[in-house]
Design a protein around this ligand. Structure first.
Ligand code: C5P
Length: 234
């Protein structure tokens, strides 16, 4: 993984995706394919993006029994993606199975990095306590899940920018922190709760950003993309 920004391609199909990338000349930018596009277009969408020169983060957040995860990851490893993920809440054995699937499926070449989603950036402390009955704070829960992921072979985590410092203090700088919930100044937070700007994420030590609607719904998406990149590089 080497790009600072993964553009979330949350579009309803390939036609809309391609139109957007071409119209705004977002050639060869690193992209994130999530459930909406993947479940519509299937693995072929990854091939089309790779053929156009985009590095791909396949964000389908797997969460199942270890055997199923192992077999699914073996297949994902053949798609030539740079990153993919599971939910950390699936537990250590599941994370190990995911890693093993990627290693066995990739057969020694282009092994995708494995990230574990800690807590979704749309979740706030009240939800954690009242709905999920987790009594630890958001930060403690994220750091705990990050350590669990690291101990079981993940290369990093997906978390909000607000927890990066705390988890790097425990897991070290080499352990990747990829942060969604990124908003450019003046853009709407939508369903996201633990949001941050690109510069705050960078200051806190994030390795890469995931940005969707702040770019895709902007009046000038290319300008928004470049602004985020400038903020990151500043
Ligand atoms: O539009 P926005 O920038 O909020 O998009 C964020 C993207 O990152 C979405 O595709 C969402 O599925 C994904 N994501 C997230 N929170 C996570 C993991 C992934 O928002 N914890």
């Amino acid at each position: 993984m080497n790009r600072p920004i993964y553009l979330a391609l949350d579009f309803k199909n390939w036609q809309e995706t391609e139109l957007f990338l071409v119209k705004y000349q977002l050639d060869q930018v690193a992209v994130k394919v999530g459930m909406e596009l993947f479940y519509r277009e299937g693995p072929d969408v990854v091939k089309r993006l790779r053929d156009r020169g985009h590095e791909v983060f396949l964000d389908i957040k797997l969460h199942d029994i270890p055997t199923t995860i192992y077999k699914a990851m073996k297949n994902i490893a053949k798609l030539d993606v740079a990153l993919t993920n599971v939910h950390g809440l699936g537990g250590g054995e599941m994370i190990q199975a995911a890693k093993a699937g990627l290693l066995d499926g990739a057969n020694g070449s282009n092994i995708p990095d494995l990230l574990a989603v800690t807590l979704l950036t749309s979740i706030q402390e009240e939800v954690l306590k009242q709905e999920l009955k987790i009594q630890s704070s958001v930060e403690e829960t994220v750091v705990h899940l990050a350590k669990l992921a690291q101990d079981n072979g993940a290369d990093g985590v997906v978390c909000s920018a607000h927890e990066v410092k705390a988890l790097k203090a425990v897991c070290g700088d080499q352990f990747l922190a990829v942060t969604p919930g990124i908003r450019l100044l003046n853009s709407h937070s939508n369903d996201q709760k633990r949001v941050a700007t690109p510069s705050l994420a960078k200051r806190n030590g994030a390795d890469a950003l995931v940005i969707g609607r702040s770019i895709t719904l902007a009046d000038h998406p290319k300008k928004a993309y470049l602004t985020a990149k400038e903020e990151w590089n500043a």
